[in-house]
Write a protein of this length. Structure first.
Length: 199
């Protein structure tokens, strides 16, 4: 599997169901200048995939307030399974989704991001792409393991913070907590405050 972090995100053009329920052909370059979360899910008619798709959509306002976009790429049939018994594709097309759902029927996008298994199913890949089109974070889960929307949002905020302030974000960093000035001398302030009295 390829590590795409620090690499240009593979470009693509594909049809998507947009937030307003309209179908539109989009390309990755349409989002240049924005933070993009691109995530893949394996199959439409499964148990975990709808929970992820809905959970990302339910948190759409938080991603939008972070000036980011979330895009789900499906790699099989046009419409996945259900929320309350209705097809998610119909749900998305109704304007309920807060991000574009991208069709990847030929698996070209999943292949370019190296999350496609030999049997044609995509692993649960998630890629954070910066405004310059560079992959800054990636995580790939096996099929039965749903992703954390909280962690995806945390990574967007951490990247934005470090780009704006030049400081780095430690393990388990949350917005508003201490960061590290990345020099030996300056970092002592953080380590002293966080770990100085701990044994």
């Amino acid at each position: 599997m390829a590590v795409l972090v620090q690499q240009k995100a593979p470009s693509f053009t594909a049809e998507a169901v947009m937030e307003d329920g309209q179908f539109k052909q989009i390309k990755l370059e349409d989002y240049r200048g924005k933070y993009v979360l691109l995530f893949f899910y394996p199959l439409d008619f499964t148990f975990v995939c709808p929970t992820e798709i809905i959970s990302f959509s339910d948190r759409g306002a938080e991603f939008q307030s972070s000036a980011s976009r979330s895009s789900g790429s499906r790699s099989t049939a046009p419409f996945p399974t259900s929320r309350g018994g209705t097809r998610l594709g119909t749900w998305a097309a109704s304007g309920t989704s807060t991000y574009p759902l991208i069709a990847d029927l030929k698996k070209d996008i999943a292949r370019a991001y190296d999350v496609l298994l030999p049997d044609g199913v995509a692993l649960r890949g998630l890629f954070l792409i910066d405004p310059e089109g560079v992959v800054r974070h990636q995580v790939v889960n096996d099929l039965p393991l749903g992703r954390s929307v909280d962690e995806a949002l945390r990574m967007v905020k951490a990247l934005q913070f470090t780009e704006k302030h030049g400081e780095v974000c430690p393990a388990n960093w949350q917005e508003g907590s201490r960061t590290i000035k990345p020099t030996t001398a300056d970092s002592k302030e953080f380590f002293g405050a966080e770990y100085g009295g701990k044994k």
